[in-house]
Design a protein around this ligand. Structure first.
Ligand SMILES: [Zn+2]
Length: 460
């Protein structure tokens, strides 16, 4: 007897950006078999089908988080990720954290890069039903040059550290792209821009030549693997677009020429501003230096114009949270990018929901197969208590996600058991700077120079 159930008396938000409508949804096996009258007709012939009353609830596609690092375990610093983690243990911890995503209504993620590139194994384990989690599409190690990434001097000159691999010159690029394709990368991730410490005030710089980026894209595409680029600053997005990258992360600071090129090539962009907006809205309560809050806000506002133009021209904007860092812990903020898209880009709630569902299917390499509630689509569905088209924030409220289905299978939503600390897993902190004034009771603790530096070099 196959799996079949009818979600009846609910309101459907189908994930295409269209208006909500009342309709029953019939799931058979792993797919949505029919929506509306067709579902009612069809269910009459399915004796074993269960009927599930979802009155007052919204039936919508599960969220697709197009930028989530499931192996980082809510790290508070890069050194933690680079030097303290172990391969097998971090894969097991990722499997634990995957359950938090499901409970937050996330049924699919794109994980760009992972420690020990172990997301390939986590993905395969989930696909094989060995452990439970959202659909995962992933990269292996991020390709980086010695002057790449957001980690500045923490980036080594050669080899593998944490989530990245330094490749210098043509031979190393060729070998690494081919190796990653063989290992099972769904995407090749390139850190196109990075902070050059002495010139940090200029923002991230493009750290690859055009020829190098062309080579990566040509090699990857020959092997059938798409390429995604972390790009801040107009040069990096421009060169990446010219080289033929298939997805741009961040895409901040694009000038006229770059914006036009991205529009012409219709390259999806995943801005991933949740991290920054969390800092802007809550930094003052976390003790973040106001100068940083301003810096982060400027990164968003400086790109509003070009993001609006991309959106108006029909370039898909995908919702990504950068979950995996302490500023965006798993399970808490996957809805937040929709709020950003509404607040800064003037999107309607339904457009924003489309970015986090129907459009996000591209990140899973499943465009047209999931992310939409329609006949023939994979049954990756959430049932929400309330109407997210009135307020997308309810998707983040505890208890609102009432049912989650992946491939038509109901997910156990009971809270995961509490975990205990893992020895040597976190970066110990000495706390804030102990000035003499503070010690004798006159002053508030000063923000330490070291902690400022750490915030500056966070991988975003
Ligand atoms: Zn990232």
């Amino acid at each position: 007897m196959g799996n079949a159930f009818l979600l009846e008396n609910g309101t459907v938000i189908d994930g295409t950006g269209g208006a909500p409508f009342a309709a029953p949804v019939l799931v058979e096996d792993d797919c949505i078999a029919a929506v509306g009258n067709e579902a009612l007709m069809r269910v009459l012939h399915l004796q074993h089908a269960r009927r599930i009353d979802v009155s007052g609830m919204t039936v919508m596609p599960g969220l697709i988080d197009a930028h989530c690092h499931l192996s980082f375990d809510d790290a508070a610093s890069n050194p933690e990720i680079f030097y303290l983690r172990r391969n097998a243990l971090s894969a097991l911890v990722a499997a634990y954290n995957a359950k938090k995503l499901l409970r937050a209504g996330v049924t699919g993620i794109l994980d760009p890069d992972s420690v020990f590139e172990n997301m390939v194994d986590v993905r395969d384990a989930i696909e094989a039903g060995i452990t439970e989690g959202p659909r995962i599409s992933c990269g292996c190690y991020a390709l980086i040059t010695g002057a790449g990434g957001t980690a500045g001097r923490l980036i080594n000159d050669t080899g593998v550290t944490g989530y990245y691999k330094v490749v210098q010159g043509k031979d190393e690029i060729v070998a690494e792209v081919r190796r990653q394709a063989k290992v099972g990368a769904d995407w090749i991730k390139v850190h196109v821009s990075g902070i050059v410490p002495r010139y940090a005030h200029l923002g991230e710089q493009c750290s690859w030549t055009q020829e190098e980026l062309d080579l990566i894209c040509d090699l990857a595409h020959d092997l059938g693997v798409p390429v995604m680029g972390h790009c801040r600053g107009t040069v990096s997005s421009y060169r990446a677009a010219r080289a033929g990258v298939d997805l741009i992360f961040h895409g901040t600071g694009m000038d006229e020429r770059t914006t036009e090129l991205v529009i012409t090539r219709k390259i999806p962009v995943c801005p991933t501003f949740t991290f920054q907006v969390n800092m802007v809205d809550y930094g003052h309560r976390l003790g973040t230096d106001p100068a940083f809050v301003k810096l982060f806000e400027r990164e968003i506002t400086d790109s509003v114009e070009s993001m609006r133009r991309l959106h108006a021209a029909g370039v898909p904007l995908l919702a990504g949270s950068e979950s995996g860092f302490s500023m965006v812990p798993y399970g808490h903020w996957h809805f937040r990018e929709m709020e950003v898209f509404m607040r800064y880009y003037g999107m309607s709630s339904l457009e924003a929901i489309h970015c986090a569902t129907g459009a996000g299917a591209f990140a899973l390499k499943m465009a047209g197969r999931t992310g939409v509630v329609a006949a023939g689509m994979k049954a990756d569905i959430v049932v929400v208590d309330g109407d997210p088209s009135r307020d997308v924030r309810i998707l983040g409220e505890p208890g609102r996600i009432r049912q989650v289905y992946v491939d038509g299978q109901a997910v156990d939503l009971s809270p995961p058991h509490e975990r205990k600390p893992l020895g040597g897993w976190r970066m110990p902190s000495m706390g804030q700077q102990l000035t003499r004034d503070f010690a004798i009771g006159h002053a508030a603790p000063a923000q330490s120079a070291a902690s400022l530096e750490r915030t500056k070099i966070e991988e975003l």
